[in-house]
Design a binder for this molecule. Sequence first.
Ligand code: NAD
Ligand code: 6OD
Length: 478
Amino acid sequence: MKAEHYVGGAFRSDGPSFALIDPRDGSERGVVPEATREIVDEAVTAARSALRGAWGAADAARRATALRRIADGIEARFDAFVDAEVADTGKPRELAATVDVPRAIGNFRAYADLLYGRPERAYTTSVPGWSGGAGEALNYTVRRPLGVVAIISPWNLPLLLLTWKVAPALAAGNAVVAKPSEETPSTATLLAHVIDAAGLPSGAFNLVHGHGADAAGAFLTGHPGVDAIAFTGESATGAAIMRNAADHVTPVSFELGGKNPAIVFADADLEAALDGTVRSSFTHSGQICLCTERVYVERPVFDDFVRELGKRAGGLAGYGPMISAEHRDKVLSYYRLAEEEGAAFVAGGGVPEFGDERDGGFYVEPTVITGLPESARTVKEEVFGPICHVAPFDTEDEALGLANDSPYGLASALWTRDLSRAHRVAPRVETGIVWVNCWNLRDLRTPFGGVKASGIGREGGEYSLDFFSEPVNVCIQI
Ligand code: NAD
Ligand code: 6OD
């Protein structure tokens, strides 16, 4: 798949470019065009024109039809999307075929459906009033699109997280300029081809490739013609985007980093808790924002849990690489830091040897550690790799204190058979998402997002449509 920009309804790859590296073996597998400030500017201008033209005039029915065509278009090229996602990320094919691509299709269908479920509000008013403002009135509130929205997405679930924002942004009537991660340009380019074939008015969706800081990402998020920014990525990047957006007071929706806790009570179904923790810590080699990196286990079952978790982590096979050499080095630096901080390694801690081309790729071993104080950097900082630290606790309050002692607050998992305990504890965990006896069970209508340094706002269902539109109140004196 050749990466291309898509600007004003035309594909192009002019200007500078950079190499695309295959994380599975370290080889160069293509080149990606790097959008200059001028190309970003053209994309924003094209988006504005679309809003003033055919896309701005498209009503909800037309937009819903467009979204359904896009979903159908992805479905028709399902295998090509899976191939491209696997080639860019190195993730297991099964993951791309059962999660990333079906979810991308689901995102467009869900928002096509949701468009019609939106109530519009009316208020009849009798105001005693002041300065001549008294009287009977009918107020009604309509929602209008924000305008040109910038969407910046990361490399870990490239298609899922891009479409998670593009679908509601288009549903709400905005024009989009999207910039995927420089590491994963392929499914975004395929999506642009599908959108092109779906017949959206030119400029309604634009795609620019390139890097973030001092490059396409920064040109886009600091652009005066951008009316809102929806971003998923690291918390530090979110802070940089916020600073850049501040000059134009551009609204932001942020899905950021995490250091997600799991709490395993002694009364839990331990098989389910172990299975769930293996999934939550090691799916996509820990490169999902929702992955568990801190596990707190009630003392009576701590030793058994740690031993079994280590066994299962050590036995994992068929896992994918880190996205890049740079990210592999970052994850390995945390493995070494954990050693220096005094961790005991129950599983992993190094680089696997395969004896084939994967030895040129960016793999690290699934790793389980124990024995660190809560103040250790390995326990506090997001690694975004296949590592979890397991620590014991004695009381419910202590578990909550440990789980909440974090600058982050994205997601958590509770494992218990005691329903009262689950209801008591869940609202007290300082994360935007709490799973009980499960992990990453997702209903697309539910609010998704984090507290503290894990984000600003919520996405999902109505929450995304709220962000991507604004209420306008019309007051008619009767
Ligand atoms: P990143 O922040 O490095 O990059 C994300 C995107 O931002 C990329 O497209 C990048 O080019 C762009 N970018 C980087 N610097 C920029 C700048 N100064 N201005 C504008 N754009 C810029 O994140 P990543 O390494 O791609 O992804 C991993 C991170 O994302 C982890 O921290 C993970 O927790 C987080 N994440 C969060 C969620 C969530 O829903 N909360 C989901 C997935 C990933
Ligand atoms: O499932 C989703 O919709 C979602 N936003 C997942 C985010 C995963 C982060 O890496």
